[in-house]
Design a protein around this ligand. Structure first.
Ligand code: ADP
Ligand code: MG
Length: 489
């Protein structure tokens, strides 16, 4: 090879190397800048979402004050409805009981046998029946709905014979609960929107009771409905069946709701007066400047169907957790190219990240975050995420879940505080719902926050229990409470 050729080749190679080095340095700088930006957004999220014990106490105290004011008739965000004025179960009830749990697009028929408080629910039968769209969409179709319930219940009874020896001789008891659905499906908004505010003196509830009893008669069902109540009232009855110290029931699924016993001391100290006042509190509506809101919550709320409302629910419930995470990811994709130079189009679709997928990513323990990789592909069509980006995803999930769970803990402490039971009494709170049941890290954060807020001295006084019998089973315990003399005159 001639010398000139060799020199030329060497020069070219050197130039290429220099070029590559420049390119690499530039790329590295850009990449470092992006990562700094990602970290900055993450730190800011963590900072704005922080829930110190002091902050949680502020939230708890404020909820307690709002409850106090609400019970005295003062107006504020949370809605308090007297929902049940009758004895709750004592735990001594035995026998086979029936329940109906009316939900957004379907209803459950339940039957179970109770054999005392130290025994689990047995012989639980559940049947889910879809409500036809024509009935759901029409707010004036209560009669048709009740007719369907009566018909299906009569079929259910004839198909499931009772093994309980005394069942034939005893009057059958049935409890009726309604789960107010968070409105995802506009088709369900007709009749379901009527069940939003069930209280003891409510006309919609009374209409439902009258129609149901009429339909039972028509279909030869030998049962009577005395009250239609929110499903958390049923959960509270279930909690009470197992422990007389149960004072509140929380539902934590797609949405959130609470029922609690007004002045439990009064009730427990006066066993001669068996009727208890159960209040259904729409705590999802709670709002306070102490809530740790971020820019993502503000934009989520502004773009929601009910801006300015249900702020607490938008921080803690299953409907919203994934959406908050998606908003943070979108910002990181737009401002820091978390998923490469272009923003993945599907990341811009609201509510595309659901909380079960968020939980699956958050709880991914594989070395390279394989579950996160899979979910990013499946949900957002992101096919080339880096392990570092996946780690960031799990950190965002952690911040959002931790904040939500700890706020639930603060809310629970607020309720117990309002009852004056933090220092000197045991209080059992029963929790039901898909978010609590299936999101292990969320549940752990919730439990540990209560312990942290109350400290060693008082944390043993608040016991959080999983609700008994699963979704809808509260209706069975309400049925059980009807065995008491003077109940539901
Ligand atoms: P609701 O009665 O409020 O409609 P459920 O109690 O039936 O809701 O719970 C369903 C909700 O729970 C889902 O919408 C979801 O938000 C949440 N959820 C269910 N499974 C999981 C899971 N594995 N991880 C996290 N959240 C879950
Ligand atoms: Mg539910």
């Amino acid at each position: 090879m001639k010398r000139e050729v060799v020199v030329a080749a060497a020069v070219t190679t050197a130039a290429t190397l220099v070029g590559l080095a420049v390119f690499f340095r530039h790329w590295r700088r850009r990449s470092e800048r992006r990562w700094r930006q990602v970290r900055r957004i993450l730190r800011n999220l963590a900072w704005c979402s922080a829930t110190t014990a002091a902050k949680l106490w502020d939230v708890a105290n404020e909820l307690a004050c709002d409850m106090e004011a609400g019970e005295k008739g003062g107006g504020n965000n949370i809605r308090l409805l007297v929902s049940y004025l009758a004895p709750l179960p004592t735990g001594d009830e035995k026998g086979t009981f029936y329940g109906i749990n009316l939900r957004g697009t379907n209803f459950l028929i339940l039957r179970a046998r109770l054999q005392g408080k130290n025994e689990p629910v047995t012989e639980l039968h559940k049947q889910e029946i879809a409500i036809p769209t024509a009935i759901m969409a029409n707010a004036d179709s209560t009669r048709e709905l009740c007719d369907l319930i009566g018909l299906e219940l009569s079929k259910f009874i004839s198909q499931h014979s009772e093994t309980d020896n005394e069942a034939q001789t005893r009057e059958r008891k049935l409890g009726f609960t309604v789960s107010y659905p968070i409105n995802e499906d506009p088709a369900s908004s007709g009749i379901a929107s009527k069940w939003n505010r069930l209280s003891v003196d409510d006309t919609v509830g009374k209409e439902l009771v009258a129609e149901i009893n009429e339909a039972f008669k028509k279909h030869g069902v030998d049962m009577r409905v005395f009250a239609v109540v929110n499903d958390t009232v049923g959960d509270l009855a279930g909690g009470r069946y197992y422990s007389k110290e149960t004072v509140a029931a929380v539902s934590l699924g797609m949405g959130t709701n609470v029922s609690y016993i007004e002045s439990p001391e009064q009730v427990l100290n006066e066993p001669s007066n068996p009727a208890e006042t159960v209040i259904n509190m729409e705590w999802g509506n709670f709002n306070s400047f102490n809530l740790p809101l971020t820019e993502y919550d503000t934009s989520l709320d502004a773009e929601s169907l009910d801006p300015g409302n249900r702020i607490f629910e938008k921080l803690i419930s299953g409907m919203y957790l994934g959406e908050i995470v998606r908003r943070v990811l979108l910002k990181m994709a737009q401002e820091a190219a978390l998923f490469g130079d272009s923003v993945p189009p599907k990341l811009t679709i609201p509510y595309s990240l659901r909380s079960p997928d968020m939980a699956a990513m958050h709880q991914d323990t594989s070395e390279d975050y394989e579950v996160v990789e899979e979910k990013l592909k499946e949900i957002f069509d992101i096919n080339d995420s880096t392990p570092m980006a996946r780690e960031i995803v799990t950190e965002i999930c952690d911040i959002v879940a931790e904040r939500g769970a700890r706020l639930v803990g603060a809310g629970i402490v607020g309720i117990v505080k309002k009852m004056g039971r933090v220092e000197n009494r045991k209080s059992v709170i029963t929790i039901e719902g898909g978010l609590y049941d299936h999101y292990r890290i969320f549940r752990n954060y919730l439990h540990s926050s209560v312990w942290e807020i109350l400290g060693d001295e008082h944390s043993d006084n608040v016991i959080i229990e999983h609700s008994h019998g699963g979704s809808g089973a509260g209706s069975i315990f309400l049925a059980a409470s009807q065995t008491h003399k003077n109940a539901h005159s």
